[in-house]
Design a binder for this molecule. Sequence first.
Ligand SMILES: C[S@@+](CC[C@H](N)C(=O)[O-])C[C@H]1O[C@@H](n2cnc3c(N)ncnc32)[C@H](O)[C@@H]1O
Length: 409
Amino acid sequence: MTTTRDVQWQDRAAELADTLTGLGKLTDPAWQAAVRQVARHEFVPRFYTQDSTGAWTESDTSTKDGRRAWLEAVYSNKPLITALRQDIDPVRVLSSSTQPGLMTRMLESLDIRHGHRVLEIGTGTGYNAALLSHRLGAANVFSADIEPQLVELARARLASLGYRPTLVAADGALGMPEHAPFDRLIATCAVSAIPWAWIEQLRIGGAMLTDLKTAPSAGSLVRLTRVDDDRAEGRFDPTYAAFMGLRHQPGEPDRTVTWSARDTAIAHQSISAVNPQTPWNAMVVWFLAAFDLGPDVSIGYTGIDTTSPPTAVTLSTPDGSWTQINLATAEGGHQVTEGGPRRLWRAVENAHHLREKLGNPGWDRFGLTVTPDVHTLWHDHPDGEHRWTRSTRTQPNDYWTPVAPAHSR
Ligand SMILES: C[S@@+](CC[C@H](N)C(=O)[O-])C[C@H]1O[C@@H](n2cnc3c(N)ncnc32)[C@H](O)[C@@H]1O
């Protein structure tokens, strides 16, 4: 029987390193060597794919063709779903092996150097911990995952390749105070606010990188430097990225929200010039709109049935507000139908105008300042005209509020 240990993987790993280098996502020779020399297939012995009906299939390595397809996927620049919770409907994704190009971009963006001690939140398969261990020595690598069984699998896989970083099964939101301080922190899951513990456990001058999502799909990677005891500050990365959300309990989603019934008594009709697919194709507009819409906005498509192409985009919020925007145009725009206490599409239209007024900024024109009490998200400058704040502590209702410009205060 062929085992995963027998596969010829070195050429594929070298090709992956070349591909990522060609894409500009891997430039540092030390990380290039890590991608060439760390066997990703050891960390991803199987993965899952979902078809258009929502059904999941496990990769099949029982045949020669199956093994070839598995190995090709493992050494391609693709994220791979690696753990599911299948005892519930719908099946929940628990873990994945991040797209390699995103991983290397994050590692390079953190400017990790020889001798640094690095804390990773979200061990997952252990592959990223292996890249870090290859580069820094396992004694300098610390990694936590909320799922105990994933930590044990990662520990065994890492040990089989000779790496013994410190792995802990715990809520990574708490960091790893017993091993602090760290020079760098990398979180491979998304948060709605930066846990102060992460900053407190960085050395002054140390840096962290995580995915900040203020609402579903609203936000991206932000890199913060701890500038003094009580403050970390930095900007968003220029390119959009999205990770699964951090959760505080194994297998459970982080937020449980009570939804009021959709209020369909009165439906308002209007025509909008704004593209209904804004949440997916104008991510900065969606990010700006989410300050107004709140953290629990739900977005989706609707249509005649699940087998036909969708006809409209839907938005709804827990207060019973809902909006449906037709994908087709009529009367010079998209028909909007909405009900409930708030006009949700207006938030998206306002965000669209704000982005135009700001000169169509990319992600890196936005930044974040975090203190033990307050998060301030800003455009262009920490004291700039456009800022939004929220508490650093997680609240039941994590809304961001706009800071009034100085002249109107
Ligand atoms: C994208 S995967 C991590 C990929 C991983 N770095 C790798 O190389 O395979 C995100 C991981 O975050 C973990 N996670 C979610 N909430 C967490 C928490 N509170 N603390 C630590 N890990 C958490 C998930 O279980 C999941 O394994």
